[in-house]
Structure formats: structure tokens, C-alpha cells
Design a protein around this ligand. Structure first.
Ligand code: GUN
Length: 293
């Protein structure tokens, strides 16, 4: 008979706070050496509630670690040409080290065109094809913030990856695809499942590590998970809840209450991957400056 070890919570708030302290120290060192203060710029178009929250949070993170931060806010009627001009201005501004254009953009603006106009040397989101290519080759680059944050979390908790079967749910450009490349680099055997995968639970039941990034609230149920698995929940969906003062609650892709007892490690939602994503962005901005010297 085997005894199940207690489930360990992967605390994103605590881990990000610790690692942010390290960034703060590095920024102080840069300043003491007379080098540049890292400067992150964010562009927000329109007034999407979640986007405004994310941009405000990124601005707060910058202040906490000692970065300079600029947020440019534009009305949703801004044209694509106007936005392209703003991106070019920042590309050419030597004081700014990193630029993010918060997504989603209004429908009349082509997101691909915008993300590909951001200089890949300032692309701290890691969305530019140049950075994607460098990442797949395992070369130094800006990694997409969420996969980067997840890797930092795995390393912080010293979770074994070599030879493990990692099943990723979702094949997005932002999470699923880059995550597969990074877990391969960590010597995992990687399976990527998506909306067209047949008998998906066959794969998840065999997984040592599951990274759920489908955007379907409460998708992963206890009967889909092996005892002792590591479960990382990237999902964060606003689900209507009239009983909540905000009118919604945040739900992950994992049915946490039933899945958690089976896991060796699990991330909560909120307070798991979210804070680590923000950390990934800070690390990219810092690395961008350090690599200049
Ligand atoms: N919208 C949701 N997530 C992201 C992100 O990581 N970067 C940007 N730019 N927009 C987002």
C-alpha cells in the first residue's frame, strides 16, 4: 500500500515576491554602476476591463522593482496607422528597453501586424517571430511571459522534469506552443493536446506534469489525473456570479477542489501562474538591459 504525500501548493504570489526582490537588487546594482534603469513601456488601446487591470498591475510591478515605466493609453477608435506610428516611436526611443502592446486590440487593428512591428530587441512579450525562432532553438531571447514564469516556478520548487511526461492542454502561440518547446528543453517527453484531440483523458491520465491552458473553466477533473501528478493551471476566466460584489469570480481550467487532493503539487487560481507571468515580463525587461552591457 502506498501513502499519498500531502499536496503542496505552488504559491505564485510568494515565489514572485521573492524573485522580485532579486530583480530589485539587480536594478540597484545597475544604478550603482552608473548603468541604465530598465524602462518598460505599455500601450493600451480601448477600455477592456481585464486589459486595464493587467496594465495597471504591470505598472505597479515596475515601480516595486525600481524600473521606469510608461503607459500610453489610447481611445479604441485609434487607427492601425496611428498605433503603428506609436510603436515605431518607441522602437526608436533609446531610453525604452521593452514594449508591450496589450492584447486584445480592437477588431479594426491587425494584431499580427502590430506585434511584428515591435522591434524584436524590445519585444519583452516574446511574440515576435524572431524571438519565437530563437526560443525553439534554445538560444538567448525574450521568452513569452507565462511560459517563462512557469519555468521559474518549476525551478523554484525544484520539481523534477527529466524523463517526465508533460501533457500540455492548449496550443496557443502565447502558452501551449512555447511551453512545449521549454519543457522539451527541460528533458520532458511532451504531448500537446487541443480541442481536436481524441480521448484527451488517455493522455492526461498518463501525465506526470499537466499544464492546462485551454481557457475552459473547470475542464480538468479528478478522474483525468494520475495520483501524484504536478498540475499547473494557466486558465483564468471571469465567470458570472451575481452573488459576488464584482459580478464575477475567477475560475481556472482545473476543477481545483477535486483535483488538488490527488496532486503532489498544484497551482491555485488566482495566486498561481498569474503573478509568475508578471514576473516573466519583469525578468525579460531586466535581461534586455543587462544584455546591452
Ligand atoms: N493579453 C493577455 N495576455 C497578454 C500578454 O501576455 N501580453 C500582451 N501584450 N497582451 C496580453
Amino acid at each position: 500500500m502506498t501513502t499519498q504525500q500531502a499536496t503542496q501548493i505552488l504559491d505564485g504570489n510568494k515565489t514572485a515576491k521573492l524573485l522580485k526582490e532579486e530583480i530589485k537588487t539587480e536594478v540597484q546594482k545597475l544604478k550603482a554602476e552608473g548603468k541604465k534603469t530598465p524602462h518598460l513601456a505599455a500601450i493600451l488601446v480601448g477600455s477592456n476591463g481585464a486589459s486595464m487591470t493587467y496594465v495597471n498591475a504591470k505598472e505597479k510591478d515596475c515601480h516595486e522593482v525600481g524600473f521606469d515605466s510608461t503607459v500610453l493609453r489610447f481611445h479604441e477608435t485609434m487607427t492601425e496607422v496611428e498605433l503603428l506610428n506609436e510603436v515605431e516611436k518607441i522602437n526608436n526611443n533609446p531610453d525604452i528597453d521593452g514594449l508591450i502592446v496589450q492584447l486584445p486590440l480592437p477588431k479594426h487593428i491587425n494584431e499580427k501586424k502590430i506585434t511584428e512591428t515591435i522591434s524584436w530587441k524590445k519585444d519583452v512579450d516574446g511574440f515576435h517571430p524572431m524571438n519565437v525562432g530563437l526560443m525553439f532553438k534554445g538560444l538567448p531571447c525574450f521568452l513569452p511571459a507565462t511560459p517563462f514564469g512557469i519555468i521559474k516556478m518549476i525551478e523554484h520548487y525544484q520539481i523534477e522534469t527529466t524523463g517526465k511526461h508533460c501533457v500540455i492542454l492548449g496550443r496557443s502561440d502565447i502558452v501551449g506552443k512555447p511551453m512545449s518547446a521549454l519543457m522539451l528543453q527541460k528533458n520532458c517527453t511532451v504531448t500537446v493536446c487541443h480541442s481536436k484531440t481524441k480521448s484527451l483523458e488517455k493522455f492526461t491520465r498518463d501525465a506526470d506534469i499537466i499544464i492546462a491552458a485551454l481557457g475552459i473553466p473547470q475542464f480538468l477533473k479528478a478522474n483525468m489525473v494520475k495520483e501524484g501528478a504536478v498540475v499547473i493551471d494557466v486558465g483564468i476566466t471571469r465567470v458570472d456570479d451575481p452573488s459576488n460584489p464584482k459580478g464575477y469570480v475567477l475560475k481556472g481550467d482545473v476543477a481545483y477542489d477535486e483535483v488538488a487532493p490527488k496532486c503532489s503539487y498544484i497551482t491555485p487560481v488566482p495566486g498561481g501562474v498569474g503573478p509568475m507571468t508578471r514576473l516573466g515580463l519583469m525578468l525579460n525587461t531586466l535581461n534586455g538591459v543587462k544584455n546591452r552591457y
